[in-house]
Design a protein around this ligand. Sequence first.
Ligand code: HEM
Length: 372
Amino acid sequence: MLALDSAPLRSARAPGSWPLAGHLFRFGRDPLRFLGSLPAHGDLVEIRLAVQDVHVLCHPDLARRALADGRTFDRTGPVYDRIRADMGNGLATCAHTDHRRQRLLMQPAFRRDRLSHYAAVMQEEIAALADRWRPGQVIDVVEAMFALTTSIAVRTLFSSRVDESTAAGLRHCLDVFPRGSYTRVLLPFTTALPTPANRRFARALAQWRIYVGRVVADGRRRQSGPQDLLSSLLDARDDEQSGMNEQELADQIAVLVLAGAETTSAALAWSWHLLGAHPPAEEELLAEADAVLGGAVATWQDLPRLEHTDRVVREAATQCIGESFALTEASLALASLASRWRLRPVPGAVVRPAARSVLCPRTLPMRVVGRH
Ligand code: HEM
């Protein structure tokens, strides 16, 4: 039962519900404005999205309580059923009963010694991006950061196990999933409709399952392979010394890249936006990049000296099993790109948040300016 410590709980039903559709159109038209209007009605506000009643926690104490008590506020119900049907039963999507075993199996993949291997892959991808930018070019920072983090996700997972065309296929699937999943999750009853978006999503999902199935089967056959995330998952053992089966591996892989790519790219995009809007903070970042890197790409060994970069990144990121992975990736990217380029805001461009799996700028046009 939800209650507040300090005051009586105010619960309410949001006004403006239509017959049949409920609040669906208001929500669909501008989800952030609609959600932002709810706290004015109560601490716990009921909305209706067509056939689904949804309770929105509008008080920070309620949100904290629900997030800290995974047993009572379990990942059940139509929204999580939909996510699991699409993306599998992995660490970020599983119910409380599965969580302990999954966490035990996944934890070693995020150990510090593993991160240094992933950092080497990150470094290569960041260097390739820094080489591609041209002075004066206007880029969409959201797309550029998402392309970077999906490439890093695919290569840290599979390193040299996939050829370039498979890696491109996987990256394409990762591009489709976040765009489609928001609507599928909130309106699960629409997923059977043969809309272009649903068909695109279904094609990408089928392709993704084929690719991942192949890589996992190949990883199993080889006695020793590269030190990538997949090798950690293949080696993982639970309390009873049993490892993950094929389905569990595929589910963890999907959840890892989905939980890791869009979140980190959003943190990077917001960082660039905030740096562009706050020149003194940007100057400090550039000075640190110059002093530590002098135009080179940052390595794992440089990270302890990138203190200001780390503070910028922490401002834009929240905590989870992937925290160190995300902070490493974002610091390497921010410092390395800043050691060669500045990203300047394009005059007149309006930057608005978009509701995806995380809040991320809708688009973020910025001009690339050479520094050396
Ligand atoms: C700035 C970047 C990131 C942010 C803001 C972020 C945010 C979050 C949040 C809020 C949760 C809790 C979700 C819940 O309880 O339902 C979570 C869980 C999770 N995240 Fe992240 N994340 C980031 C990066 C990453 C990365 C890079 C990875 C993987 C490489 C990752 C993998 C996961 C996993 C597996 C879970 C589930 C953990 C568990 O339930 O034990 N995340 N993340």
